[in-house]
Each structure stands twice: as C-alpha cells, then as structure tokens.
Design a binder for this molecule. Structure first.
Ligand code: NAD
Ligand code: ZN
Ligand code: ZN
Length: 353
C-alpha cells in the first residue's frame, strides 16, 4: 500500500461571510474521523449550488466560514480505523451527500439524500474547493482507475442528479424529454444521459453557443428562450406529434420556466423540478393539471447506487460533457461567468494551481 505524505497546510477557497466573495488562502488539512476518509482532491467541478451557497440563496443556513465544492475527484490518502471497504490509493469522489446516519427510515430504504441528519459537502461541512477534504467512507463515490479525474468530476453532482432526475421522470426509451437549462452544467450532462437512455431530447436554453453545444451533444431540437416568440408552441412542435414532451427536466436557475412547463408537457406527462432559483415558486393551473393528469415532482441528487450507475455510464464512454479546466485560484472568475449565465457545460478547478 502506498504511503502518502500529508502536509499540515493546504490551499483552499474560503467563503468568510454570506454573499461572498471567496478568499484563496492556506488553511489546515483536516483529519478523518474513525468512519471517514481523507481525499486528496485533484479536480473539482463548479456547480451553481456552490454559488447559491455563497450567496445565501436558500432557506437553509451554511456553515461559516465555508469551503464550498461537491464535485471533488481525487485519491484516498488516509482513512479512519473503522474503514474497511476502501483503500489508501483508491480514487474517490466527494459528492453533495458527504454523510448520512444510515439508520433512519430514509437511509434504510436507500433514500439517503432525504436523511434528516445528512451532512452536505460545501454547505454544512467543508467541501472540495481545497486540496484535502474529508467525507464518510460509506458515501464517497468509488471512481474506477481508468476514469480521467478532471472529466469525471462533473458526474459527481451534475451527472448523478440528472441521471436520477431522468429515472424519476419515468420517460421510456423512444419518448421525448425537454431539458430546460440544457446548455449549462447539469443540462449538458442531462442531454447525454437522456440520449444514452434512448430518449429524444428537446434542449431549451439561451443563445446560439448553447444551441450548438446541445445539438453537438445529441439534442434533436433546440429552443432559444431569449429569442423564441412562443416557447410553448415551439416546444410542443418539436415533440414530433405536436402533443408535447413526455417529461420535462427543469434545471434552469430562473423561475419563469417553472411556470411554463405544465403548459407544454404532454397529457399524463411528468415535470421534474431540479434547479433551485432563489425565492422561486412553482405555479401551475389546477384545471389543466387535473384534466390533463400532469405529475409535478422534485428530484434531489441521488443515492449511492445512482452514484455508481451514473459513473458507470461515464466509464463506458456514454457521457462526455464539455468542461474547461482552470486553477482553484481562479474560482472567483468562474462565479462571475456563472452569474451571467455564460458558461457552456462545466468549469472544473485544478487544485494544484
Ligand atoms: P448552470 O448555471 O450551469 O446552468 C443553468 C442554465 O440555465 C444556464 O445554461 C442558463 O442559461 C439556463 N437558463 C437560465 N434561464 C433559463 C430559462 N428561462 N430557460 C431555459 N434555460 C435557462 O447551473 P447548474 O450547475 O447546471 O445548476 C442548475 C440548478 O440546479 C441550480 O439551481 C443548482 O443549484 C441546481 N441543482 C440541483 C440539484 C438537485 O439535486 N436538485 C443538484 C445540483 C444542482
Ligand atoms: Zn451540485
Ligand atoms: Zn438517515
């Protein structure tokens, strides 16, 4: 077994007050508890959730000061004495669910994201925007050695979340799914998982660059919300028979598309809410929801099985979403681009610079 030199100090991006900014500085390297591992994070994807956490967008408090990040791919360099099923040197992923109790009724039924005692990476505990991060051994993602650590990082939140969301949508091979926010981090992954699952994809986002990206990843149609004169009609028309998509995945960080989805979804269709814009409400006409038998539901990350399945799609080459790599020191610039909605795909930070 390789022995790793673990420094006492490391580089991290720290949020010191709600609203930001992030401060790039040296902090101590944490020590794993008996049931935890220490992961030397090599690459971490930047999720819009990290920006929501810094801005205090949600009705759930973060720890403070906070190290964000929950798409951290790296190497296990230390472990607690109770950890048996993962070895030093193995590749592992720090994901949003950092740990859960494994004893409550939700955990017992593999619904661990619903655990009332869940620890959340980069939110209630420090996450992956540091060189060394701690997580419960039971919950770190197992990453096969053949997977490139930078490319697999976005799977650890974006991939797992949209893969689970597509399962929750009930869409079957041959049916059509509308992906709202299809050019963003989650969206780019969703287009590919949907294709790999045999679904037709209608991508909805803003701008020509995102349209090109959606089509290149396999969307059969693209509707630009910034230029469309009648988005509802265009989405329905793109669904082949004109009756609308069988399912809608709402990934956008904006409230309006949440109000539109029930207008274009097919009768008996399922609308899955995943994006969480600040202070947003879901509004749907009761009459249509009833007489067209529409289902509206939420979907929240995924469990450990979803995690391994989502990674396996990546390992088999079925999903390969676009990403750009920058240094961890440049996280602030990534947040600026994200605020402006200018990111196509995902940014991944390299913790060595
Ligand atoms: P992102 O910024 O990369 O992508 C959001 C996309 O939405 C952008 O491409 C933007 O152009 C697009 N958009 C904005 N307004 C739109 C509109 N009116 N119609 C269509 N598209 C529109 O963000 P991301 O990292 O992909 O995260 C998306 C959201 O999902 C965030 O709110 C994040 O917190 C949330 N999220 C939820 C879960 C979960 O488990 N439910 C997990 C991860 C992220
Ligand atoms: Zn995320
Ligand atoms: Zn639990």
């Amino acid at each position: 077994m390789t022995k790793f030199e673990i420094p006492t100090e490391q580089w991290a991006q720290v949020v010191e007050k709600s609203g930001g900014p992030v401060v790039y500085k040296k902090i101590p390297v944490p020590k794993p508890g008996p049931d935890e591992v220490l992961v030397n994070v090599k690459f971490s994807g930047v999720c819009h959730t990290d920006l929501h956490a810094m801005m205090g967008d949600w009705p759930l408090a973060t720890k403070m000061p906070l190290v964000g990040g929950h798409e951290g791919a790296g190497v296990v360099v230390a472990k607690g004495e109770l950890v048996r099923d993962i070895e030093i040197g193995d590749h592992a992923g720090i994901k949003w669910i950092n740990g859960t109790c494994l004893a409550c009724t939700f955990c017992m039924q593999a619904d661990e994201p619903l655990c009332p005692h869940a620890l959340l990476s980069g939110y209630t505990v420090d996450g992956s925007f540091q060189q060394y991060a701690v997580a419960k051994a039971a919950h770190v993602a197992r990453i096969p050695k053949e997977c490139d650590l930078a490319a697999v990082a976005p799977v650890l939140c974006a991939g797992i979340t949209v893969y689970k969301g597509l399962k929750e949508s009930g869409a079957r091979p041959g049916q059509t799914v509308a992906i709202v926010g299809a050019g963003g981090g989650l969206g780019s992954m969703a287009v590919q998982y949907a294709r790999a699952m045999g679904l037709h994809v209608i991508g909805i986002d803003g701008g020509a660059e995102k349209g090109d990206s959606c089509r290149a990843l396999g969307a059969g149609a693209y509707v630009d919300f910034t230029t469309s004169k009648d988005l509802v009609a265009e989405v329905k028309a793109a669904s082949g028979d004109g009756l609308g998509p069988h399912a809608v995945l709402l990934l956008a960080v904006s409230e309006k598309p949440f109000q539109q989805a029930t207008e274009y979804v097919r009768s008996r269709g399922i609308v899955v809410c995943i994006g969480m814009p600040a202070n947003a409400y879901f509004r749907a006409p009761v009459f249509d929801t009833v007489v067209r038998m529409i289902t509206i539901k939420g979907s929240y990350v995924g469990n450990r099985q979803d995690t391994q399945e989502a990674i396996d799609f990546f390992r088999r080459g079925l999903v390969k979403a676009p990403f750009k790599t920058v240094g961890l020191s440049e996280l602030k610039d990534v947040y600026h681009l994200m605020e402006e909605g200018k990111i196509v795909g995902r940014y991944v930070v390299d913790t060595s610079r």
